[in-house]
Design a binder for this molecule. Structure first.
Ligand code: NAD
Ligand code: IPM
Ligand code: MN
Length: 351
């Protein structure tokens, strides 16, 4: 049967609790749908950093470049500065494997009302630029400890980088409800954004079937809260997309359920699937993390691997579980454990 090799990196904190949940469900789906999954486990994490001085081995990327996909929990732990854990693992994978598209879908599920009025039926995707923009390596801290201490960072927006993410978003919108919103800040204060807008306008001409418009990021944040149902696909820069995706998760009930796919569309390198949330040190070790974000990410992975039926079955299982009020983790107002919710998803998979 068809088989896939998955590089599994649970990472830190609740990453090590939600990834085993995802593996349990993935195994069940592989059996049911007749494909095989081979998991290679990597202990790359802050724990490893404290023991060895590195988040991952120097040839870490080579070790996983031949895998069909990467499943990641979260990285980051108190005691290891975030810039060390992130530049030492997460960012090198996203960049090294040219995962320039970060897809972050969100849905308000029936039976799991979001905190907002009028959010029934909300279903949109944030398409986040994932390798350039505000998250650049150009800059640093200067004059540390002196009165004129400063921090500088250059935002980097390249024509090819903006073009490919905008094109991806237009194409995705064309397969959905045909509506695209570009998150911007074009009032000329931020130099990079009028450039972004120009490219969006150029690419729009190639996608006449898509109804598109742009909104300033600040106003967009407000409108997402007031009229979340107005959106289908939202395309944004690295930082704008980051912020919008947590906002979107909250609209759907909490960041514990939100998934993400770091995609290398050319498939020259593996893509990486990870929940939107982090390692949650405040609840780690108690077995109560919401596994839904990791499970939904696993569904995105199955879809990417070409197992669309299994992907859809998993999403249905997650939706049924979240919509049924009986088995929910504390972040959603329930008392269930990670394991209980995972078992509920398994039981809710369509026959
Ligand atoms: P976080 O997402 O870890 O936690 C924010 C809040 O949401 C916490 O109160 C947490 O308990 C709660 N939460 C998050 N996921 C949950 C889940 N599945 N179930 C229930 N509750 C959940 O964000 P943070 O506190 O800003 O960051 C903590 C660490 O994680 C930092 O080191 C940060 O750098 C790292 N981080 C890593 C990633 C990643 O690896 N992709 C993403 C975000 C943050
Ligand atoms: C995310 C996270 C990361 C990001 C951090 C941890 C660097 O917030 O995946 O959304 O900003 O990309
Ligand atoms: Mn984020």
């Amino acid at each position: 049967s068809t088989g896939y090799r998955i590089a599994v990196i649970p990472g830190d904190g609740i990453g090590t609790e939600v990834i085993p949940a995802a593996l349990t469900v993935l195994k069940a789906l592989a059996d049911r749908f007749g494909f095989s999954l081979h998991f290679d486990h990597f202990d790359w994490s802050c724990r490893r950093y404290l023991e060895t001085g590195r988040m991952m081995p120097g040839n870490g990327l080579d070790m996983i470049s031949g895998h069909d996909a990467i499943l990641l929990g979260a990285v980051g732990w108190p005691g290891v500065p975030d810039h060390v854990s992130l530049w030492g693992l997460l960012i090198p994978i996203r960049r090294g494997f040219r995962q320039y598209v970060n897809l972050r879908p969100i849905k308000v599920m029936e039976g799991l009302p979001g905190p907002l009025r009028g959010s029934e039926g909300v279903d949109f995707v944030v398409v986040r630029e994932n390798v350039e923009g505000e998250y650049s390596e150009i800059g640093g801290r200067l004059n540390r400890g002196f009165p004129d201490e400063m921090a500088v960072q250059e935002a980097v927006f390249t024509r090819p980088g903006v073009t490919r993410i905008v094109d991806y978003a237009f194409k995705l919108a064309a397969t959905r409800r045909g509506r695209l919103t570009s998150a911007t800040k074009s009032n000329g204060i931020v130099h990079t954004m009028p450039f972004w807008d120009e490219i969006v306008r150029e690419r729009a001409a190639e996608h006449p079937g898509v109804d598109w418009w742009q909104e300033h990021i600040d106003a967009l944040a407000a409108k997402l809260v007031l009229t979340p149902g107005a959106y289908d696909v939202i395309v944004g820069s690295n930082l704008f997309g980051d912020i919008l995706s947590d906002l979107a998760a909250a609209i759907a009930g909490g960041i514990g359920i939100a998934p993400s796919a770091n995609i290398n569309p050319e498939r020259t390198f593996p893509s990486m699937f990870e929940p939107v949330h982090g390692s949650a040190p405040d609840i780690a070790g108690r077995g109560i993390a919401n596994p839904a974000g990791a499970l939904w990410s696993a569904s995105l992975m199955l879809d990417h691997l070409g197992q669309a039926d299994a992907a859809r079955a998993l999403l249905t299982g997650i939706e049924r579980t979240l919509s049924d009020r009986t088995v929910r983790t504390p972040d959603l107002g329930g008392t269930a454990t990670t394991q209980e919710m995972t078992e509920a998803v398994l039981a809710a998979l369509p026959a």
